[in-house]
Design a protein around this ligand. Structure first.
Ligand SMILES: NC(=O)c1ccc[n+]([C@@H]2O[C@H](COP(=O)([O-])OP(=O)(O)OC[C@H]3O[C@@H](n4cnc5c(N)ncnc54)[C@H](O)[C@@H]3O)[C@@H](O)[C@H]2O)c1
Ligand SMILES: [Zn+2]
Length: 366
């Protein structure tokens, strides 16, 4: 039995279907949400080796005239060049404004293909088939699409909701452990910001989760998607509440940037950012010592990093947050938990307190 999470956004509402084996059935699921005949199935050359044929076969059996478009692997494809190549492929496949774009891959493919769908002929139907844990619990849901410029990540994009998200937990079997853990960091994030029961479930089931027990994976993906759906329903365009999804990300983004985006994968940097944030919360927003211990212990058990390496200076991280214009008058807005399952946005956290929290994780603080 699968799970369906509905995301209610008026005429932009859609379902997230989570079911083992659903990749092989994606054609008939997609048929129910779009009148399109022609579609472009965008993937990359890693994902292609296992999942292109089943997806394409299913689309064809459901009556779609489906053309594959295979990108190289890597974050660099979130570029104007690759975006343009998708537009040309759509013209070549004779896709008009009644056509559909389907993203089969991780967050990179989803963000790029989603932005292509948002802009091609002023917007055509779009479906996500996320294949990384990060994409299944985060990037495929909520409608943020976009590309990078050389000046920075995600600088060009659109809010554009898919018509459907098809999640097959079985595809995670080919994902490498590091990517799985990185996605898991975002699941831990949902527990801390929104759902103490989810957090406790992760503590109790971590071994089964990392063995990819399908019941456990489907459960954590479904709960994560329903939390994201809940937040996005209340604040689709990030004017307020949606900012809580950035928990752990202020310091996380700075760590990614100062290390040139090639030392930590995103979820690892977020794990370190969450460790810093809970320490800060311990002094600012009443997050207890016991809760800090639970978070750090779960990060450790997940083999996620939680310390800032000694060669990254505190000043370089703070400097990076300043460049990001996040710091004003030496204070910064920060998402901080009050307890596990509940966060608040604190407007005036002093930079000096953040520096102390960062420094804390250099010492042996276990
Ligand atoms: N739109 C949003 O709301 C949102 C949210 C978070 C992150 N993002 C974006 O998502 C991107 C990161 O996504 P990601 O972590 O999925 O990275 P990714 O798409 O690069 O995937 C990670 C790696 O896993 C490979 N892969 C994908 N599926 C696989 C599978 N089933 N088996 C084996 N290998 C597989 C990919 O080819 C890649 O090498 C970033 O560009 C980030 O900006 C977007
Ligand atoms: Zn993230």
């Amino acid at each position: 039995m699968g799970h369906t999470v509905h995301i209610n956004l008026g005429e932009r509402s859609y379902d997230i279907r989570i079911e083992a084996g659903s990749l092989a059935d994606c054609g008939s699921l997609i048929k129910t949400v779009t009148p399109a005949k022609r579609c472009l199935l965008v993937t990359n050359d890693v994902v292609k080796q296992w999942y292109l044929e089943p997806a394409l076969g299913s689309l064809k059996s459901a009556g779609f005239d489906a053309s594959p478009f295979v990108l190289p692997d890597g974050e660099h494809v979130k570029s104007l060049n690759c975006l343009e190549s998708i537009y040309h492929a759509m013209i070549e496949a004779r896709i008009d404004r009644h056509g559909c774009v389907i993203a089969l891959g991780g967050g990179v493919v989803g963000d790029l293909a989603g932005f292509a769908a948002a802009t091609y002929m002023r917007g055509i139907d779009f479906v996500q088939i996320p294949t990384t844990l990060l994409a299944q619990v985060d990037s495929s849901v909520g409608g943020k699409t976009g590309i990078n410029l050389r000046e920075g990540k995600n600088l060009v994009g659109a809010f554009y909701q898919p018509r459907l998200v098809v999640i097959d937990p079985d595809v995670l079997s080919t994902l490498d452990g590091r990517q799985l853990r990185a996605g898991f960091a975002e699941v831990i994030k949902y527990g801390i910001i929104y759902d103490a029961d989810l957090f406790a479930y992760l503590e109790d089931h971590i071994e089964r989760i990392f063995k990819l027990d399908s019941t456990c994976i489907a459960h954590i993906v479904a709960v994560s998607c329903s939390i994201k759906a809940d937040v996005v329903e209340q604040d689709e365009r990030e004017s307020g509440l949606r900012a809580i999804l950035n928990f752990g990300h202020t310091v996380g983004h700075a760590i990614e940037a100062v290390t040139g985006y090639d030392r930590f994968v995103h979820g690892e940097a977020v794990a370190v950012g969450m460790a810093v944030a809970v320490t800060l919360a311990n002094s600012v927003s009443g997050f207890t010592d016991g809760c800090v211990k639970r978070v750090i212990s779960l990060l450790k058990r997940s083999q996620l990093p939680y310390r800032i390496p000694s060669d990254i200076s505190t000043e370089s991280i703070i400097e990076c947050m300043r460049k990001d214009k996040k710091v004003k008058n030496d204070i910064i807005r920060f998402v901080l938990p009050e307890r596990i399952g509940k966060v608040k946005i604190v407007d005036d956290v002093p930079v000096s307190a953040i520096a102390r929290a960062i420094d804390f994780y250099r010492s042996d603080c276990d």
